[in-house]
Write a protein that binds this ligand. Structure first.
Ligand SMILES: Nc1nc2c(ncn2[C@@H]2O[C@H](COP(=O)(O)OP(=O)(O)OP(=O)(O)O)[C@@H](O)[C@H]2O)c(=O)[nH]1
Length: 562
């Protein structure tokens, strides 16, 4: 075995040992059954319900608030807000928090799934919910930015953790009617960044016919508003079983689940049930709950596909769009053609680069994948061929056997393909074809042991583009992009802080003027009171005062005498 392939195998084994990372987001209004769903999915009551915080039995599992935003500027974390009911705060808007809970799931074959659950307390509970969408999108973009920044570095961090969200379960309020405006807007926006699966919680509140109608209405709304939800697609030449399975899943959407925190034994097997005055329901019975089907889709059959689509399409589209706006390849081309020296990136030229015109006429091999327009224009139906074609076209012409020209004459002797293999392991288990459903999305001719240089579009695009991009340009881009992203994120944080400051200042000014008004009122009242007192005081009382004064005066005088 060559040194290169043996190191790739070792790396893959390490990946497997480390476990498969999967990140799931739950989104939807309060009370739609998100918490119960997660607890049922993990078969552990890990997440506490609203105002029942002491009852969670997650043990060592902790929920951590990642971000929190509130339009009114009131500092009241939506996640904290959920813990205790405080009537004093009941009139305040909770804003939205984004929380993270991580759990490890060990499979029967000892394979490890590192599951991260992103919850969104406060979503939909505000009078103005615009902030919720903005916060969620910002969070999803940030995770993409982190990967983009890492991917663009010359030397990557081997400990980098990919935090991109692979699927978002959108819980539709079980009204029985259809989607609401909030659902349509949010789903449309989220689907650009994450695989979106609509879910109906509390499905037991419908009769069979009502549920059928509700599902039909939702799918009609999704079609009408062109919301690109996750598609269970199949090819004509797929296995009969795969075709059947995906067709069945496709027709089942949106999944209508019944979930519960209560465990019981049914026919000798441990399961979860919902108990009613008239009987009980096993939530794992697929006759009336889509829960077991959705569970197997998420943690088994479609897990890898969800990860592949996240990396190969959603992230790729985002990356292309982002690079087109933050880099100035044109200027680099021009500078290179004119033989001008290219300055290494520095904080001083960042603002210029960030503020300069976008590289709309970038002529490299990267074009926004057609998926981008499909995804934003309507329901996405990605065929596997499309995925493969898109991926292979993105890979460019660079190959491991033939080192790109750009690197052949590179004076920097520190560079090696080994480095690149390490760099590209950033997308670690993303392309981990040894995971379940491993064959899905594997480009033809890509072997498991291929170092991921071929999959690293950020590098290969530069190799295979017009020959005018040289090593210094590559270095400049790879070092500038992380800076720019950081710069952008700092700017947006600064803007947020400024906005909060402005709001606090307004609030303070309002309170100050109220206090002033109140002080004026008090003064007026005091004046009135004094006037009234002066009018009403009988003269005898007025005479008493000098008496007492006299008394005390004589007492003092007496003291003096003594
Ligand atoms: N009838 C019925 N009730 C359910 C079901 N799932 C959950 N519930 C109940 O609905 C209520 C809300 O459920 P949660 O899981 O806390 O909902 P949530 O979306 O997490 O709500 P927040 O924590 O407020 O965001 C709880 O009383 C649950 O016991 C279900 O499938 N059927």
């Amino acid at each position: 075995m060559s040194r290169r392939s043996s190191s790739a195998v070792l790396r893959r084994q390490k990946d497997l040992k480390r476990g498969i990372r999967f990140t799931m987001m739950v989104c939807g209004c309060s009370g739609t059954g998100k918490t119960s769903f997660i607890n049922s999915l993990l078969d552990r009551n890990i997440l506490p319900h609203r105002y029942q915080y002491s009852k969670a039995s997650g043990g060592e599992v902790t929920r951590q608030t990642i971000t929190f935003a509130n339009l009114s500027g009131v500092v009241n974390d939506a996640a904290e807000y959920e813990k205790v009911f405080d009537p004093e705060n009941a009139d305040q808007e909770p804003g939205i928090a984004i929380t993270e809970t991580s759990v490890e799931i060990l499979d029967e074959d000892d394979s490890k799934l590192l599951l991260t659950i992103i919850d969104t307390p406060g979503f939909g509970d505000n009078i103005n919910n615009e902030l919720c969408d903005t916060e969620l999108i910002h969070f999803l973009e940030q995770q993409f930015d982190l990967v983009l920044a890492e991917e663009s570095r010359v030397r990557r961090n081997p400990r980098f953790v990919d935090t991109r969200v692979h699927v978002c379960l959108y819980f539709i309020t079980p009204t029985g009617h259809g989607l609401r405006e909030l659902d349509i807007e949010t789903m449309k926006k989220l689907s650009k960044y994450v695989n979106l699966i609509p879910v109906i919680g509390r499905a037991d509140s419908f009769t069979k016919t009502e549920l059928l109608n509700f599902k039909r209405n939702i799918m009609q709304d999704i079609d009408h508003h062109k919301i690109p939800i996750y598609q269970f697609e199949y090819e004509a030449d797929d296995d009969e079983e795969v075709i059947e399975e995906n067709r069945y899943l496709s027709e089942m959407q949106p999944f209508a689940v019944i979930t519960s925190d209560e465990e019981a034994e049914v026919n000798g097997a441990k399961t979860r049930v919902r108990t009613y005055p008239w009987g009980s329901i096993d939530i794992n019975n697929s006759d009336y709950s889509d829960f077991p089907v959705l569970k197997s889709v998420l943690l088994g059959s479609h897990l890898q596909d969800l990860k592949d689509i996240t990396h190969e399409f959603l992230y790729e589209s985002y990356r292309t769009e982002k690079l087109m706006t933050v880099t100035e390849l044109d200027e680099l081309h021009e500078a290179n053609a004119n033989g001008l020296p290219i300055d290494p990136p520095s904080m001083s030229n960042l603002a210029d680069i960030a503020n300069s015109k976008s590289m709309a006429n970038f002529d490299g091999p990267y074009r926004a994948p057609s998926m981008l327009s499909d995804a934003t224009a309507g329901t996405t139906r990605v065929t596997k061929d499309q995925k493969v074609n898109s991926l292979t076209s993105k890979m460019g012409s660079a190959s491991l056997q033939e080192p790109p020209e750009i690197l052949k004459g590179r004076p920097d002797s520190n560079y090696s393909f080994q480095d690149d293999a390490e760099l590209t392991s950033l997308v670690d288990d993303e392309v981990d074809k040894s995971a379940p459903n491993a064959s899905v999305g594997t480009p033809p001719g890509t072997s498991l042991t291929s170092p991921r240089i071929n999959h690293s579009p950020s590098v290969s695009s530069l190799y295979s583009g017009s020959g005018s991009v040289n090593a210094r340009q590559l270095r400049k881009i790879s070092e500038t992009v992380p800076y720019l992203l950081k710069h952008e994120s700092l700017l947006s944080k600064q803007q947020k802080l400024e906005e909060l400051e402005r709001k606090s200042a307004r609030e303070l000014a309002k309170r100050a003027s109220e206090l002033e008004k109140r002080a004026m009122e008090l003064k007026q009242r005091e004046k009135l009171y004094k006037e009234q007192l002066a009018k009403n005081t009988p003269p005898a009382v007025q005479e008493e005062v000098p008496d007492s004064t006299l008394d005390s005066a004589s007492f003092v005088a007496g003291d003096d005498k003594d």
